[in-house]
Design a protein around this ligand. Structure first.
Ligand SMILES: Nc1ncnc2c1ncn2[C@@H]1O[C@H](COP(=O)(O)OP(=O)(O)OP(=O)(O)O)[C@@H](O)[C@H]1O
Length: 479
């Protein structure tokens, strides 16, 4: 075993493992099959996504359908699966969705060849007539955003020059990112226009928006609907809550989102998406969304197998930095996101890394939102290779090149308990859409060891120990 002593840092990209440590190679997503059980009693369609081989999955689907008395024979299943109006219907190609040709062009323009599991399951429900409500959970980076963007673009009538779809995101950066997806997907559909309801986008009083899609943060969106009346909420056909669990669990966001929802017509389609839904949030979501279809993951399927998880034992902040340097010295890291608990630690760490010669970006909550968006844009463009941040960046940010996520501090809530949802969102910044990713947790006390164990128990997923003084071991996990 070769061991590294001291703080020697070879610098990013200089590791010997460069050729074999490539993270980010495409890997076919595990084929899964959505099994649907229509619970007629409570008018809720309940869909579990399970990881099986196709045969087993088909059998399981059949069994579940039979058990639920929905259908009795294979023939009926086939009929149901071929009926685009049935929530059981799932597609294997984008063509089958009968999308407008301009949107199909947009989808292929983005390089999407076939729908992901969540897309093939959720899109038929979202595009069905009459529109169906949906609360959907799917792992991070599996294409939820693309799914609801496609649904919005499909539902708007470009001849009507007023807002028809509202999409609410928890942060300014995420609203911008989703807006970009809408622009790219709608590239060949220029009649459909988009406007951002975000801080700083000031409109003239008394004006009425002509854009069909409005994307923004809850406070500004609410102001535009009620205070300034730029939007007529009664004309909205689709309402999307992205990162719906945080929108529901955060008091301010919840009040604003519910006030917007109350202004919408009864037949407005409601779409709630997230990678995580705590049990209490599920219940609340089901209370506010009438007759929803539900796509829910089993707990052990919430974590992606493509993201390998490790922990490193240290005794102090300085030792954690040392371990980080060793990791950088041993493997090539395309881009990394490092999460700290406080702005102070994030600032300190960014300074230390810069001194070691890394191109580092720092992003924390006290920065102006425009500044934050600019930092993410530079990171997305690869101008900086390391982004040191706090929880402000834990959700949604989609940067393909992020091959490693480091939890410099483990995520805890205000009562000092593990924040399992934030953990999942943080590590989900890597391993996007079937790519491989590495998540490394720094443990520096009995307290943080206990947090790690509880996170491990929660997801029922082993987090392996990593010795960062052992170069071979680090190289091995990255290869
Ligand atoms: N069908 C597809 N084929 C290929 N790539 C896709 C497809 N759908 C989405 N992607 C890409 O996969 C990445 C992740 O997708 P997206 O951001 O929609 O995931 P998400 O589930 O919303 O993630 P998160 O939970 O982190 O918000 C994006 O870069 C997107 O362009």
């Amino acid at each position: 075993k070769r061991r590294r002593d001291g703080y020697g840092l070879l610098g990013p990209g200089s590791g010997r493992a460069r050729s074999r440590g490539r993270i980010g190679e495409q890997r076919e997503l595990t084929r899964t099959l959505a099994c649907s059980v229509n619970d007629l009693a409570c008018c809720v369609t309940f869909v579990m996504i399970v990881g099986y081989s196709e045969d087993k999955a088909a059998q399981s689907l059949l069994n579940k359908l039979i058990r639920s008395n929905l259908v009795n024979t294979t023939n009926q299943v086939e009929v149901l699966q071929k009926d685009p109006n049935s929530p059981l219907y799932s597609v294997k190609s984008f063509e089958e969705l009968r999308l407008k040709p301009q949107l199909l062009q947009g989808v292929y323009g983005l390089g999407f060849n076939r729908p992901s599991k969540i897309q093939e399951t959720a899109l038929p429900m979202m595009l069905a007539e009459p529109p169906q409500n949906l609360i959907a959970q799917s792992q991070s980076g599996t294409g939820k955003t693309a799914a609801f963007v496609l649904a919005m673009l499909s539902h708007v009538d470009p001849n009507n020059k007023y807002p028809q779809c509202l999409c609410v995101s928890p942060t300014y950066e995420l609203a911008l990112q989703t807006g970009k997806v809408i622009e790219q997907m709608g590239k060949h559909y220029p009649e459909v226009k988009l406007v951002y309801a975000i801080r700083g986008n000031k409109l003239q009083r008394g004006m009425k928006l002509q854009e069909q899609i409005v994307i923004g943060t809850p406070g500004t969106m609410l102001d535009w609907c009620s205070k300034f009346k730029f939007i007529d909420p009664k004309k909205i056909k689709v309402f999307v809550l992205d990162e719906a669990d945080v929108m529901i669990a955060t008091q301010g966001h919840q009040d604003q989102s519910i006030r917007i929802q109350r202004m919408l017509p009864k037949n407005c389609q409601m779409l709630l998406f997230s990678a995580t839904f705590e049990e209490s949030v599920w219940h609340f979501a089901q209370r506010i969304v009438p007759d929803p279809n539900i796509i829910k993951l089993k707990r052990e399927e919430e974590t992606l197998d493509t993201i390998k998880q490790y922990y490193v034992l240290c005794n102090s902040k300085e030792e954690k930095f040392h371990a980080l340097c060793n990791i950088y010295g041993a493997i090539t890291i395309a881009q990394a996101m490092i999460f700290c608990h406080t702005r102070k630690t994030a600032g300190w760490l960014a300074g230390e890394l810069s001194r070691e010669g890394h191109q580092v970006a720092l992003l924390s909550g006290e920065m102006q939102v425009e500044q934050r968006a600019a930092v993410i844009e530079r990171f997305r463009d690869g101008k900086e290779k390391v982004l040191v941040t706090t929880n402000v960046c834990a959700r949604g940010i989609d940067v393909e090149q992020v091959s490693v996520v480091i939890n410099f501090d483990l995520p805890v809530d205000k009562d000092g308990n593990p924040d399992n949802e934030t953990y999942l969102h943080r590590i989900g910044r890597t391993g996007r859409f079937g790519k491989r990713g590495l998540a490394i947790n720094m443990v520096d006390s009995k307290f943080s060891m206990n947090i790690l164990n509880r996170i491990q128990d929660h997801f029922n997923k082993k987090i392996e120990k990593l010795d960062t003084d052992d170069l071979d071991e680090i190289e091995k996990i990255a290869s």
